[in-house]
Design a protein around this ligand. Structure first.
Ligand code: UD1
Ligand code: MG
Length: 458
């Protein structure tokens, strides 16, 4: 039974990508923060194929580097002689009883749902194609149909005549073929065309010669099948995809005050009843329910628990933020920041590699680095942890209920005891015991009858 054939996947990624004019391989360019090739690999993994082969060639080290986290096999196409030639390099090693889904690394947004439906409807055919209708078909292979509306050819842009160029039905580059048939038909292909290449869509001719019927599946969501060949296509796909992601989050219960000006990269999760203001970038971050994010925030590689409010113009990176915190406006948390529940971080505060326990407050103009801050600590404006001696980093500890007066420098390594108070303007270089006041300020002098200097007259 043909539909019992095991499924294998081949992704073509060996082409030069000339139209991008880039020193980076085409499939390594990023869409929503992820290289194009990774989008394709992640999607096909969900189909649970027997194997996934990636055909590499041009700038192969870059492509292999992006694929190394996945269980895929790498096959090299030494000379780029066209898409059918590339597919053959991978299919040569496959067993005849399987069928192979061939995808292009530069068509990154094809969805799992589309592939699943396509594989299902084409399962008993030896050749199945994914097609689409495009308002602007420029650059794509055009689908030619006969009087009975059956597919008779796919003609590349460069080989098409004027009439054919007007056709809006296009080949997406994604097809499924029985391995046995591919091995039979491939040697019949010719490279007598405008590019002197062996074209994958020419398999149509070989199939028709044998009176094989061809399955075709038309994709409705145009953005899924956008091929990325130019910087403009990359930018326009990014824009469309961002809108699709925003729509998905809105369906899941997120409010965007301006959904065309929020940006998502990498793996992003956003919980219900979150409110996101305009011009916000969320990159590889998990956000729980009821979080508010003000305008102009960048949040990356972080997690934020429910009820937290991020005020405008805040930059959060590599941070773990618990429930009901308030951060910003104009705050920066750097990698290694851990905020427990109900912590307040105010404007112009920078935190790095530090853990802040519940109910502690750092409200204004401070740098806290390599520091452990326990519960209910109040750190006054302009406090600096001097964590770097020019050669090494040192730790600061500030224990429960401590009160650090404004304008204090804590020279690490140093430990501030529970319930202790540091007088404003102090430079603390030694540990402070629990319950005590430490102050290093010089005492105030009053200079009697002192006069301000007067401007000298010439
Ligand atoms: C291709 C299709 C076209 C389709 C369009 C969809 C062919 C001949 N044309 O055109 O019908 O409408 O995609 O986006 O198939 N590659 C190799 N080795 C090669 C050549 C290409 O691995 O020798 C890879 C490229 O890296 C790329 C993919 O195959 O990932 C497609 O090649 P590309 O040059 O982008 O073809 P298009 O002109 O877009
Ligand atoms: Mg292409």
């Amino acid at each position: 039974m043909p539909n019992m054939r095991p499924l294998t996947v081949v992704i073509l990624a060996a082409g030069a990508g000339k139209r991008l004019k880039s020193s980076l391989a085409k499939v390594c360019h990023k869409l929503a923060g992820e290289p194009l090739i990774k989008h394709v690999i992640r999607t096909v993994q969900k189909l649970n194929p027997v194997s996934i082969s990636i055909v590499v060639g041009h700038k192969k080290e870059q492509v292999i580097n992006e694929c190394k986290e996945f269980p895929v096999s790498i096959v090299e196409q030494k000379q780029q002689q066209g898409t059918a030639h590339a597919a053959n390099v991978a299919i040569e090693g496959l067993t005849k009883d399987s069928r192979v889904l061939i995808l292009f690394g530069d068509v990154p947004l094809i969805s799992f749902a589309t592939l699943e439906k396509f594989l299902e409807m084409s399962s008993s055919f030896n050749l199945g194609l994914i097609l689409a209708n495009k308002d602007d078909p420029a650059g794509y292979g055009r689908v030619i149909r006969d009087q009975d509306n059956n597919i008779s050819a796919i003609v590349e842009q460069k080989d098409a005549n004027e009439l054919q160029l007007k056709i809006q039905e296009i080949f997406t580059g994604i097809l499924c073929i029985g391995v046995e048939k591919f091995k039979k038909w491939y040697p019949e292909l010719s490279n007598d065309n405008a590019q002197g290449e062996y074209y994958l869509p020419d398999l149509v001719y070989a199939a028709l010669k044998e009176n094989e019927s061809i399955a075709s599946f038309t994709v409705k969501n145009e953005f899924e099948i956008e091929g990325i060949n130019t910087r403009l296509q990359l930018a326009s796909s990014e824009k469309k995809y961002q809108k699709v992601l925003a729509e998905k989050f809105m369906e899941e219960g997120v409010t965007f005050l301006d959904y065309e000006h929020v940006y998502f990269r990498g793996d992003v999760e956003i919980g219900k009843d979150c409110l996101v203001d305009f011009n916000v970038l969320i990159d590889n971050t998990v956000i729980e329910d009821n979080v508010t994010i003000g305008a102009n925030c960048v949040i990356k590689n972080s997690s934020i628990k429910s009820g937290t409010i991020i005020e405008p113009n805040t930059y959060i990176d590599g941070s773990t933020i618990a429930e009901n915190c308030q951060i910003g406006p104009f705050a920066r948390t750097r990698p290694g920041t851990i905020l427990h529940a109900d912590v307040k971080i105010g404007n112009f505060v920078e935190i790095k590699n530090s853990e802040i326990h519940p109910n502690s407050k750092i409200n204004h103009l401070s740098y806290i680095g390599d520091t452990l801050v326990m519960e209910n600590v109040n750190i006054g404006a302009g406090t600096i942890t001097c964590n770097f001696d020019g050669a090494n980093k040192h730790k600061t500890e500030i224990h429960e209920n401590a009160f650090i007066g404004s304008g204090t420098q804590l020279v690490a390594p140093v430990k501030i005891g529970r319930n202790s108070t540091i007088g404003a303007g102090s430079t603390i270089t030694k540990d402070v015991p629990d319950n005590e006041l430490a102050i290093t300020r010089t005492s105030q002098k009053i200079v009697a009858n002192w006069q301000r200097p007067k401007k000298m007259r010439k």
